[in-house]
Ligand binder design. Sequence first.
Ligand code: HDE
Length: 665
Amino acid sequence: MSNKKQNQLNEVTKSNDDKAMTTNNGVKVSEDENTLTVGERGPSLLEDFHFREKIMHFDHERIPERIVHARGFGAHGEFQVYKDLSEYTSADFLTQPNKTTPVFVRFSTVQGSKGSPDTVRDVRGFATKFYTDEGIFDLVGNDIPVFFIQDAIKFPDLIHAVKPEPHNEMPQGGSAHDTFWDFFAQNPETTHTTMWAMSDRGIPKNFRQIEGFGVHTFRLVNSQGQSHFVKFHWKPLHGLESLVWDEAQILHGKDVDFHRKDLYESIEKGDYPEWEFGIQVIRPEQEFDFDFDILDPTKIWPEDQVPVQKIGKMTLNQNVTNVFDETEQAAFHPGHIVPGIDFSNDPLLQGRLFSYTDTQISRLGGPNFNQIPINRPVNEVHNNQRDAMHQTNINKGQVAYHKNALNNNDPHTTAKEDGGYEHYQEKVQGHKIRQRSESFKDYYSQPKLYLNSLSKDEYDHTVDGFSFEIGMCNSIMVKQNAVNQLNKVDRELAERVAKNVGVEVPESNEEVDSNAKDSQLTMEKYDIPLPGHSVAVLINGNIDIETLKLYAQTFTENKLNYAFVGQHPKNISESFGITETFDTAHPTLFDSIIVLSDGSDILPSVEEFTELTYKHNKPLILNQNAAQALSKSNAKISLEAAGVFVSDRPQTISQAFNRARYWDR
Ligand code: HDE
């Protein structure tokens, strides 16, 4: 994190080291084990102020969780723009390549409550707070570039449909239930985003390897007042990866913290997650040049038509000191923008501009949430707002109004030329109506574009995603209606899902007649770098320390994470040993395995580990002994299959692990 925000946080960071315990009023505490009672076995006394204060504070430790995106994890970092973008914007942090802007990012799931598993099938929130010198810019985005609905007035309906059903509060952390799929079928604008969520994008491998999208169309405005329409993107420098659904489900139990742990540990180790910041730009005169409406948040701007320009880089390089104080109290808001950035008329964005401040008032207990350290801008704040719950400033002076003569009219306003925020002066005319624009009503072309652009494996996984989720519904009517919707996009998808969930294939083929593709929609466009890959080395029998050292050295050279997994924990040398056993380690927690055997029979746990790694299409390296023994065992694997390497050389990792999954196994 860069200095400015760090210094500000340091000022309020408290350590207990070498400190005497006190009450909140600063009185030193002499005893913290027993309440004040009359005699050893007598009743407790109300005058025990230390006890009452301690319990009272504890009773109020929790605050309401976020109504959506309750489950999340954050980290600090910094952002730097590559070049001066003053052609498009006057924003100081986008025009000064020498400047480092502190950021705080919170990743989240949407549906589940605060304690729900990380690896559920869901959209992921990707919210970034830029602490710029001109105030806070929050980019409150997701890892999927489109949203389920087009108008903010439908948000409560969407969320009521996807959240656990009210009569039994099930299911937790997922959309595989009747009300979501009923909403899907009755509200066709949901089709595009649902297509993404049912594909591999819905089950990301971790937070480091997701893309991020501002979703809405914003404006960039330059110092001459010229505006361009823009969409914001985050492109991960660690590639894009997903889980396999079976693996994700096992992880719900094996490690509910799978994603947050990965982020936390990567940062602790110094393997800092990084993204490039990108913009797609549409000139004002091009607004109506496309076969979609650029204000419709259920549409992408296909990158083959409007390429993403990479304009900067973000690095997350510091974990929080306290998750509640920072991550839980972080208050993001799409309405937090700075000079040089403005809104479009996207009706979903416009509604969000009300919701986020409103929700913080009940979640964070009043309108002064901006004074909480994580929410404070790094530049100074001066205005005439006063009082209210949890005021932590001491506001000096007699005057708290504008305009005034008593205080020289301070705090004074600032002209646009000197950095005052002025809204883009868009000319708007019309009748007051409640009506969806006709240009928003093509619900199916872009879902078809998405499906056409997937690889065969990605397409098959999407069929599986729909089949699981719709298959989990109880109502035959809901299942049939959902499949009828799919039939309006893609006949094959509808036929396969109908068969898998046991409903009728719709009579007529209503699919979108288009083979159009976009090259940037498949996840396979990214290479997967070796650093950060995690491998479990399974020790079957006695493997000499020199061999293990050789493997460890190769892993370290290539920045891999690794664990030696054996039957019992054992310190082989001072610096390393068998750190994990077959009881604590699990194949879903690693990206790949290497099996080293001394020629003895394969242990049942090694066999199980190997089979599951194989089933989840991950790379396997077997030494000659292990390969021989496994071929004689009952393990359900084929040594000839893709991604199974027989080798005694640690260097085989660079060949074996350059693909995350061998779908063609
Ligand atoms: Fe949100 N959303 N949202 N949302 N959203 C919230 O704000 C809301 C939408 C997103 O890590 C809430 O502080 C409405 C789109 C993220 O703290 C709430 C509408 C996108 C986060 C809220 C939307 C998002 C939220 C809940 C429709 C992607 C988590 C707690 C008009 C572009 C931020 C809170 C964090 C959180 C309302 C739609 C992303 C209730 C009314 C579209 C990443 O204010």
